[in-house]
Ligand binder design. Structure first.
Ligand SMILES: [Zn+2]
Length: 263
């Protein structure tokens, strides 16, 4: 029995003489690992078509432990992303987060759409060479692309059933009345009211809190409207890292070490 899926490739690893096990996030079935037979042979038609950070349409045949690729058609190779180390690092982070925080065979169309949308959004950050005679697409700065990733992570947490809002005190759950800034407790990954402040907290701006709250409320496709003023990206990333640790206990990502190595 064969079937087709639209998939984003998360990761690959070599098995056997010339095969690969490929982990996908599919529109139809959520995360799924499949086998590509003979893909490492020079004459394999699949070669080069099933690399991480690619959007593909696959034909699959039911297999005993893993379903097997029978055909692969490239939808988008995301060449713009792959040509730029920093963009590639951000895309790799979106992919790694999706991989680490989801389980196989849990269909989730919204996560698929979110990841696809985010990869597409990142590609707007540079002008393709074919566009020399055309007006350039709206370009994103480096901090814009990092904010896109932060918004992705907040939305992913939300879709996974967590509540990454910065509205209520993480200690007593009372709504915090916003003043000029908010107290953020990095250890517990949330804001605290002044009456619950017990140990070292740092201040974060209302702009950062607004960014986090908006990003968790809006469906991915609606994000893209600029928030004015834009928050400081370092502060947003610090908050998002703390939120991830609070809900998932996942610390540093491999892709974050790669991104750090670029600076
Ligand atoms: Zn409190």
């Amino acid at each position: 029995m064969t079937y087709h899926v639209d998939a984003l490739i998360l990761r690959t690893r070599n098995v056997g003489e010339a095969d690969e096990l490929i982990t996908l996030f599919t529109r139809e079935k959520g995360k799924q690992t499949i086998r590509a037979k003979g893909i490492r042979k020079i004459k394999s038609k699949l070669r080069g078509n099933l690399e991480p950070v690619s959007h593909v349409r696959l034909g699959l045949a039911k297999g005993r432990s893993f379903d097997v690729v029978t055909e692969a058609k490239m939808t988008d190779r995301f060449s713009t992303i792959k040509a730029q180390p920093r963009l590639y690092g951000l895309a790799a982070k979106a992919i790694e987060l999706t991989d680490v925080l989801t389980f196989e065979h849990e269909k989730d169309r919204a996560i698929y759409e979110l990841l696809l949308y985010t990869l597409k959004a990142l590609t707007r950050s540079s002008v393709p060479s074919s566009a020399v005679v055309l007006p350039p697409p709206p370009a994103y700065s480096e901090s814009d692309t990092r904010l896109i990733l932060a918004a992705f992570e907040i939305q992913l947490l939300k879709l996974l059933g967590y509540d990454p809002h910065l509205r209520r005190c993480v200690v007593c759950n009372q709504e915090v009345t916003p003043r000029a800034s908010l107290l953020f407790d990095e250890r517990s990954g949330g804001i605290v009211g002044s009456e619950c402040r017990s140990h070292a907290t740092s201040e974060i701006t209302l702009t950062t809190a607004k960014f986090v709250n908006l990003s968790s409320e809006r469906p991915a496709v609606a994000w893209g409207a600029r928030i004015t003023p834009m928050p400081a990206v370092e502060e947003v990333e610090r908050v998002v890292n703390a939120l991830r640790r609070r809900f998932t206990e996942k610390g540093n990502m491999k892709s974050e070490r790669y991104l750090d190595s670029l600076t």
